[in-house]
Design a protein around this ligand. Structure first.
Ligand code: NOJ
Length: 502
C-alpha cells in the first residue's frame, strides 16, 4: 500500500496571531502567513497547521469560536484563506486547520439563543452545578439571568456543547465539509478527549484533566470520530485528522487512532518527559507499541517552550538540549510536529508585564499561574525594533518581544553555519532524504549509562542525556551532530545522526 503523506510528515504549527502581520495592525494574519510560505518551504516542512482564525471574541486566543465557517476580520477574509491554501499547495505544502468541537464561544448564535431561553439542549444547562472545576481554574459552571447554570470546562466564554444532541453532530459535519470543500488537507481536533460527559454529570474527586473520568475520555466520543473518518475518506486526496488527546494512558491514546477513527493523535507523554535517557526510552517504546502511526511533539502554543523547560542553572544547556531533542525526535518513526519559533531557538518569555497578558489562565488563576502568553510572543524576522519585522512600519506587536529576540531573528541566523535555524534546515533536508530509505521500525542499541542509541536501517541516532561524554556507537559516517563532538566522543546534552553501512 502507498504510504500516506501524513505518516512521516513534518508539520509546522502556526499560531496565527503571532507568525507574521501583513496588515500592519500588530496582529498576525493569513496574508502574513502567505508571504512567509517560501520561508517554510525552505525550512523543509511538509505541512502547516493553522490555529483558529475564525470569528471570535478572542477570550481564549480564538479557541472560542463564534462562527465556524468564517475568518475573523482581524486575520483577513475567506478570500485570503483560499489564496493561502492555493499558494501552499503550489509550494507542495499541505494545510491543516483547527476544529474546536468541545465548546463554542458564548457569542455563537446558538448560545445567544440559549441565553434567551431557546435551544438550551445544544449546551449543558442545569438547575444545580456539580463540583467540576474548569481546566483554567474556578468552577466549571456559570449562572445565567434566569438562575440556571451552564457548563464550561474552559473559560466561562467557552460553553460546552451537548454532544447527546444530534443537531451538534450535523452542525460539525457541515463545518468539516465546508473546509474540506475549500481544499484543506486535514484537521487538528481541539480537546479530542472531551465532547461527551458522563450521564448524570457525577461529581469527581479533584481535577482530572488528562485521565479518563466523567469529564474526559468517554467511550461515546469514538462514534463521532468514526463518522468523521467516513466523511474524510469520502473526499479524494488523503484528508486526515489529528486529535489533541491529553491522556496519561497509552492504551487510551490508541483507541483514538483505530483504523476507522482518527489518523493521528498528539503524543504528549513525549513532550512531558524529563531530560532523561530512561524516560525517553520508555515513552518511545510505549508509543511505538501502542499506536500504528506515531507522532512526536516538543512544543506547542500551550506549554513552556522546550528550550526553557530543559534549561538548568548552567547557561546554554536549554538550547543544547533542545537541539539534541530535535535530532532524536526527527529520527523516530512517524510524524513530527514543530512549533513556530523553535527553529530559531526561541525561549519562553517569562517576564511579560501583567498588563500585556491575555491568556485566560492568568486571569482565572488570579495571577497565580503566568499562563501561556510566554510561548506566543510574535516571531522576530529581523533585528529591527519595534516588532523585529513581524509587522510592517513602526507598529508594536500585540505581545511585546524582549530585546533578546533581535539576536535570535531569522535575519541574524540565516546563512550562519552553526545557527539553530541552519541546523533545523539541515536536519529537515537530511530527514527528507533518509525517510524513504529507512524502515519505519526502530531497534535499540546497547547504550552506556545516561545515553540512548537506536538504529533504523542505516541511520543511527545517539543522544547523551547524562553528565559524562560517551563513546559513539560503531559507524561509518557522521551525518549531523546537534553540537560539537569531541572526536569519537558524544558530549553531554548532545545528539548525533550517524550512518552505518551494513
Ligand atoms: C487546547 C488548545 O490548544 C488551547 O489553546 C485551548 O485553550 C484549549 N484547548 C481550549 O480550547
Amino acid at each position: 500500500m502507498e504510504i500516506p503523506w501524513w505518516r512521516d510528515a513534518v508539520v509546522y504549527e502556526i499560531y496565527v496571531r503571532s507568525f507574521a502581520d501583513a496588515s500592519g495592525d500588530g496582529v498576525g494574519d493569513l496574508a502574513g502567513i502567505r508571504e512567509r510560505l517560501p520561508y517554510l518551504r525552505r525550512l523543509g516542512v511538509d505541512a502547516i497547521w493553522l490555529t483558529p482564525f475564525y470569528p471570535s471574541p478572542m477570550a481564549d486566543g480564538g479557541y472560542d469560536v463564534a462562527d465556524y465557517r468564517g475568518v475573523d476580520p482581524m486575520f483577513g477574509s475567506l478570500a485570503d484563506f483560499d489564496a493561502l491554501v492555493a499558494s501552499a499547495h503550489e509550494l507542495g505544502l499541505r494545510v491543516i486547520v483547527d476544529i474546536v468541537p468541545n465548546h463554542s464561544s458564548s457569542e455563537h448564535p446558538w448560545f445567544q439563543e440559549a441565553l434567551r431561553g431557546a435551544g438550551r439542549d445544544r449546551y449543558i444547562f442545569r438547575d444545580e452545578p456539580n463540583n467540576w472545576q474548569s481546566t483554567f481554574g474556578g468552577s466549571a459552571w456559570t449562572q445565567v439571568a434566569d438562575g440556571q447554570y451552564y457548563l464550561h470546562l474552559f473559560a466561562p466564554a467557552q460553553p460546552d456543547f451537548n454532544w447527546r444532541n444530534r443537531e451538534v453532530h450535523e452542525m460539525f459535519l457541515d463545518v468539516l465539509r465546508f473546509w474540506l470543500d475549500r481544499g484543506v488537507d486535514g484537521f487538528r481536533i481541539d480537546v479530542a478527549m472531551g465532547l461527551y460527559k458522563a450521564e448524570g454529570l457525577p461529581d469527581v474527586d479533584g481535577q482530572a484533566f488528562g485521565t479518563v473520568s466523567p469529564m474526559w475520555g468517554r467511550p461515546e466520543v469514538h462514534g463521532v470520530y468514526r463518522e468523521w473518518r467516513r466523511l474524510l475518506d469520502s473526499y479524494p486526496g488523503e484528508r486526515m485528522a489529528v486529535g489533541e488527546v491529553w491522556t496519561d494512558d497509552h492504551e487510551d491514546l490508541a483507541r483514538y487512532v483505530r483504523p476507522d477513527e482518527l489518523h493521528q493523535s498528539f503524543n504528549f507523554a513525549w513532550l512531558q518527559a524529563p531530560w532523561s535517557a530512561e524516560a525517553f526510552r520508555k515513552v518511545i517504546g510505549d508509543t511505538l507499541a501502542a499506536v500504528p502511526h506515531a507522532t512526536w511533539v516538543l512544543s506547542n502554543h500551550d506549554v513552556v517552550r522546550h528550550r526553557t523547560r530543559y534549561e538548568t542553572s548552567e547557561p546554554g544547556t536549554g538550547l543544547a538540549r533542545a537541539r539534541a531533542a530535535l535530532l532524536a525526535m526527527l529520527a523516530l518513526p512517524g510524524s513530527a510536529y514543530l512549533y513556530q519559533g523553535e527553529e530559531l531557538g526561541l525561549p519562553e518569555v517569562t517576564d511579560l508585564p501583567d498588563a500585556a497578558r491575555q491568556d485566560p489562565v492568568f486571569f482565572q488563576s488570579k495571577g497565580e499561574q503566568p499562563g501561556r502568553d510566554g510561548c506566543r510572543v510574535p516571531i522576530p524576522w529581523t533585528v529591527d525594533p519595534p516588532s523585529h519585522g513581524f509587522s510592517p512600519g513602526g507598529v508594536e506587536p500585540w505581545l511585546p518581544q524582549p530585546a533578546s529576540f533581535a539576536e535570535l531573528s531569522v535575519e541574524k541566523q540565516e546563512g550562519v553555519a552553526d545557527s539553530t535555524l541552519e541546523f533545523y534546515r539541515r536536519a529537515l533536508a537530511l530527514r527528507r532524504e533518509l525517510v524513504g530509505e529507512i524502515p519505519y521500525t526502530l531497534e535499540w542499541l546497547d547504550s552506556p549509562e545516561g545515553a540512548l542509541f537506536f538504529i533504523r536501517g542505516s541511520l543511527i541516532c545517539a543522544i547523551n542525556c547524562g553528565t559524562a561524554p560517551v563513546r559513539l556507537p560503531e559507524h561509518d559516517e557522521v551525518l549531523l551532530p546537534s553540537g560539537p563532538l569531541r572526536r569519537d566522543l558524544l558530549p553531554p546534552d548532545t545528539a548525533v545522526w550517524l550512518r552505518r553501512r551494513s
